[in-house]
Design a protein around this ligand. Structure first.
Ligand SMILES: [Mn+2]
Length: 454
């Protein structure tokens, strides 16, 4: 009876752990693995989960590509994807080159449970847990100890496979596996076929509707956080107090953590792009740039607003603010799915949203020396957003339907202690139109001033 009760309690804990995050449907992870299989050129893919931090009290965060393909959020696992291959006839008269057809195969390898470690990190699931395949959505779940022999069988049955193993570049576990396989097969060390990340980037860039829902949740929680932050700003308050108010609000709204180190930069700090010390006490007359957003079930949002610390923009601050907002709107209005690109540091390509914003800024307003303001736009106009707040992408390529990205023009004029950035997250919907996921948060200077009133 006691044992039975303990077992039920352990199961409940395991379920708690597994479903701590909202998940996209398990079938969707399966589709992603099959999409990857189609790009492996007859080779196979091996990925490892992120390792658990040792004696460091940072919360665990899964390797992003591993999570994208599996939804599995525990350390010590590996994932093998083996595409279907057609039968190949023997070369006549030689007995060589023959190969039997093989069906698509995917295996999640789970580590053996470690009762001592579980005292620290909580109960885990392993391959022997009943229903492991159904729970994880994988066709097969095997113990991690089986990985070497599965790999060995795979390559020894078809030596051509030796040149077909795709791994994650820089993964020490993948490198160790290649060395081990080479040694057991007597061929020295093996080279990986190539970097899996490069194959996964274009799949990961196009978001499914389930992913968009998670990004919406991250964004809505972050909008609530930014609103709470706006109400907490006043002269005499420390930057990090406001950063903390926003973290509290986003976590109350369901985020597991901020999706990047919060930036609350007031006065001179407003002109430092990635200022995150957040230690200054805000003063009347300052502007404060707040670049802060949360991560919801592994999906990021990314939002920036700029406020006057005393609740009222000066005429000059308002003038520059309106130019930055105009640049953001000009870039969004110029967007064409399948044609527009994001960054263009030289501002030459007319298809780049960066160029559109740069030109707008150069055509509006002047600095204290009568010069155009483009020189004060010192960073790119945006980036993709997803499991990483800066989701990977080849920025020489145009943006297309299903992608999510930021438009975040900024002007930083140290001489005037003016730093202004406005950043929204946009979704390119199935019609190819831009949807501003941050539209409920104030944009206009006057709306910002009203939102700051308690
Ligand atoms: Mn950003």
């Amino acid at each position: 009876m006691k044992a039975h009760r303990w077992f039920a309690a352990a199961l409940a804990l395991i379920a708690c752990n597994l479903f701590a995050l909202d998940s996209v449907p398990k079938a969707e992870y399966h589709q992603r693995r099959e999409a990857l299989a189609g790009k492996l050129n007859g080779g196979f893919a091996l990925l490892y989960a992120a390792e658990e931090p040792v004696l460091d009290f940072m919360p665990y965060r899964q390797d992003e590509d591993f999570y994208y393909l599996s939804g599995w959020n525990e350390p010590g696992a590996a994932l093998l994807v083996i595409p279907a291959v057609d039968a190949v006839a023997e070369t006549p008269g030689t007995g060589l080159g023959g190969r039997a057809a093989q069906a698509y195969r995917e295996i999640l390898f789970l580590p053996t449970r470690n009762p001592r470690m579980e005292k620290y990190t909580g109960p885990k699931m392993d391959a022997a847990t009943s229903g492991a395949a159904a729970t994880t959505g994988f066709d097969e779940v095997l113990p991690m100890t089986e990985l070497p022999s599965v790999l060995n069988k795979l390559v020894s049955s078809d030596r051509a496979r030796l040149r077909g193993m795709w791994t994650e570049k820089g993964s020490p576990q993948a490198d160790a596996t290649l060395n081990f396989l080479g040694a057991t097969l007597g061929v020295g060390s093996l080279e990986s076929s190539g970097d899996l990340a490069q194959l996964i980037v274009p799949i990961r860039a196009i978001k499914s509707s389930a992913e968009i829902e998670l990004i919406r949740k991250a964004t809505n929680a972050s909008i609530a956080a930014q609103r709470a932050g706006m109400r907490a700003i006043r002269p005499g308050v420390r930057e990090r107090t406001v950063a903390g108010v926003e973290i509290a609000k986003m976590m109350q709204e369901g985020c597991e953590r901020p999706s990047y180190a919060p930036i609350v930069g007031s006065g001179p700090n407003a002109t430092t792009l990635h200022y995150s010390e957040n230690s200054r006490t805000m003063q009347s007359g300052d502007l404060v740039v707040i670049d802060e957003a949360g991560e919801y079930s592994m999906y990021a949002s990314d939002i920036t607003r700029t406020m006057p610390v005393n609740g009222h923009f000066t005429p000059r601050q308002r003038e520059i603010y309106e130019i930055v907002l105009g640049a953001q709107r000009a870039a969004a209005a110029a967007f064409v799915a399948g044609k527009s690109k994001i960054n263009d540091p030289l501002h030459k390509s007319p298809d780049s949203l960066d160029t559109v914003a740069f030109n707008y800024i150069n055509e509006h307003g002047k600095d204290l020396h009568g010069q155009p303001l483009g020189q004060y736009m010192v960073h790119g106009i945006g980036h993709l957003v997803g499991i990483n707040v800066h989701d990977p992408w080849d920025y020489s390529k145009p943006l297309d339907k299903g992608m999510v990205f930021t438009i975040e023009p900024g002007l930083y004029i140290p001489e005037e202690h003016i730093g202004i950035r406005i950043e929204d997250v946009f979704y390119i919907n199935s019609d190819g139109h831009l949807e501003d996921l941050v539209s409920p948060l104030p944009h206009e200077a006057s709306e910002i001033e009203s939102a700051m009133r308690p």
